[in-house]
Design a protein around this ligand. Structure first.
Ligand SMILES: [Zn+2]
Length: 196
């Protein structure tokens, strides 16, 4: 049965559209919930926050590609960028979890990725301590940047001391570790996980 209204007001039409849209979204949510996919679905939003959290300079050299079992995989343009990011990895995890409003992330793994343009050669704090550091380039808030900065310097000193004491740097992810293996325990774990 059809009713033809001679004049449908614009407001009424919009209300109807919103109503239909809401109904569809509720329906999508119900289906996701039914298959236990709703949390999984919203967890993936963390991929969208990555660029925000690292800032525009690092966003050009990195790409968050996958979230699985609490591990965020980020493709990185060069090992130097991985090294820089590794120093503040835990803070990125904290910031992302804060954005998400719950603990979605436990780990971030950096893997080599292909980028359209070769990365800009970087002068790092390791080769020249007076150089401002890349990992902090995206932080606008001055107070936050200061606390990151002191943490960054502490981490740098720690790395330096570890390397002097015979530690090595993982060629894959840039993390400094003690051990005789070629790659760090984290990357060894990833290799095993990837094979499964
Ligand atoms: Zn590694």
């Amino acid at each position: 049965m059809f009713f033809v209204f001679p004049q449908i007001e614009r407001a009424t039409t919009l209300t109807t559209i919103f109503f239909v849209y809401n109904e569809i979204m509720n329906w999508v949510r119900e289906i996701l919930k039914h298959y236990n996919l709703d949390e999984e679905f919203s967890d993936q939003q963390v991929l969208l926050f990555w660029n925000d959290v690292v800032g525009s300079q690092l966003a050009r050299m990195t790409r968050a590609t996958r979230l699985s079992n609490g591990t965020l995989t980020v493709e990185v343009a060069s090992p130097i960028v991985s090294q820089e990011l590794n120093l503040l990895k835990q803070n990125y995890i904290d910031l992302l979890n804060e954005r998400m409003g719950r603990d979605v992330l436990q780990r971030i793994r950096f893997v080599p990725g292909r980028f359209p343009r070769p990365p800009i050669p970087l002068v790092t704090a390791e080769s020249d301590p007076s150089v401002g550091n890349l990992a902090l380039s995206g932080i606008d808030d001055a107070h936050l940047r200061d606390s990151f900065n002191s943490l960054y310097r502490t981490q740098r000193r720690r790395e330096h001391a570890m390397l002097k004491a015979g530690a090595r740097r993982c060629p894959r992810c840039g993390v400094v570790f003690f051990g005789n293996e070629e790659i760090c325990p984290g990357c060894q774990f990833d290799e095993i996980a990837d094979k499964q």
